[in-house]
Design a protein around this ligand. Structure first.
Ligand code: SF4
Length: 352
């Protein structure tokens, strides 16, 4: 990698992003359904692989529905779109339909799903905008070793099929797993073959208890190299880039290299605090406007309406059964929203 070339390519990528996507940056967040993955041999980098033996009853490792829905309501309030609804393998189509319907209804917004290989015939596609395939790495040897039970072919097949149903598609890629620079070409081929609408990059966040525990992640320049190369080859694709609290200063460079959206924050821990404000400053320092907020307490509390929201309300129709379930959960959802908000406020005041 030639660092000067990366910087030069990034300048071009930034301008190209402005041309095709305007001057905005989004914040997004994955909505997680639980901490358990059904795969017998989970992926070797994944947090869920460290939990598998500790969880006796998989159902106990799922979030309560009111907590999932409360989070969806808050995300809309603060103007963060859900990157996707995600969980390990093991959810039935009925369970997924119920959750996605309710989230879509509360947000007035169709959703992306990232839950492994899905059966399109059994899903309520009326509330789904797109499907994400967790590719993780395009290096085949690495993929076979790290994700022995998620063959790439199956994911590709699913994403191609999604297009037949007029769904948008995306993939996730983790950088820092051991991929090589030459693998970027394989990624470009894959994006073209699948005609993807979006790509999410993460930099490895080494999990305790995995083989990556003491590994370092990719450098900011390496990350920029991948992002800018994808942007220059696919000007219209949405590029989402993940960071973490210990890497907030890579946000500016990632936007400069063509990222549209920043994701992967412990939102409830850092909203309104120094780190949340740093994220906003990093984004604005690139000359872009931020959609959504990471610091406005009045918006979070719901006493002020967010002006710069990325949400555009859609008509979402759900089954009567789902509607009845929602009504029965209203009080519990409101209570959970209050809990989340007061938790954030206590952290801001340093009481937690
Ligand atoms: S399929 Fe997803 S949730 Fe399951 S182990 Fe792999 S990365 Fe983790």
């Amino acid at each position: 990698m030639d660092p000067l070339e990366v910087m030069e390519r990034s300048i071009k990528a930034y301008k190209l992003t402005t041309k095709y996507h305007g001057n905005f940056v989004h914040l997004k967040r994955a909505l997680f359904l639980g901490w358990y993955c059904d795969l017998e041999e989970p992926c070797k980098f994944c947090y869920m692989s460290t939990q598998k033996n500790r969880i006796k009853d998989p159902k106990s490792a799922r979030r309560r529905l009111e907590s999932i829905l409360a989070e969806a309501v808050l995300m809309k309030r603060i103007g963060w779109k859900l990157e996707f609804i995600s969980g390990g393998y093991g959810y039935t189509p009925e369970e997924l339909n119920r959750i996605v319907e309710l989230v879509a209804y509360l947000q007035r917004s169709k959703q992306y799903l990232n839950v492994g290989i899905v059966d399109f015939e059994q899903l309520n596609l009326e509330v789904i905008e797109g499907i994400v395939g967790a590719v993780e790495t395009v290096n085949e040897d690495l993929h076979r070793y790290l994700c022995p039970q998620k063959p790439l072919d199956k994911t590709k097949e699913m994403l191609l099929k999604a297009k037949d149903y007029n769904l948008k598609t995306g993939i996730t890629i983790i950088l820092g797993l051991g991929e090589r620079e030459e693998d970027i070409d394989k990624l470009l081929d894959l994006i073209e073959e699948l005609d993807l609408d979006r790509i999410t990059f993460y930099s490895l966040n080494p999990q305790r208890g995995t083989i990556f525990e003491n590994r370092s992640s990719v450098t900011t320049l390496e990350y920029m190299n991948w992002v800018s190369t994808v942007r220059l080859n696919f000007p219209k694709i949405e590029i989402i880039t993940g960071t973490w609290v210990d890497k907030l200063s890579n946000i500016g460079p990632l936007i400069m290299s063509g990222s549209n959206t920043i994701t992967k924050f412990p939102l409830f821990r850092i909203f309104g605090r120094r780190e949340g404000i740093t994220v906003e400053k990093e984004i604005r320092s690139t000359g872009r406007e931020l959609l959504g907020t990471f610091s406005d307490i009045e918006v979070l509390k719901g006493i002020k309406k967010l002006e710069n929201t990325p949400y555009v309300d859609e008509d979402i129709v759900i089954s009567e059964e789902s509607m009845r379930l929602l009504e029965s959960l209203r009080d519990a959802i409101d209570k959970k929203i209050e809990e989340y908000v007061s938790g954030i406020l206590k952290r801001i005041e340093g009481k937690k």
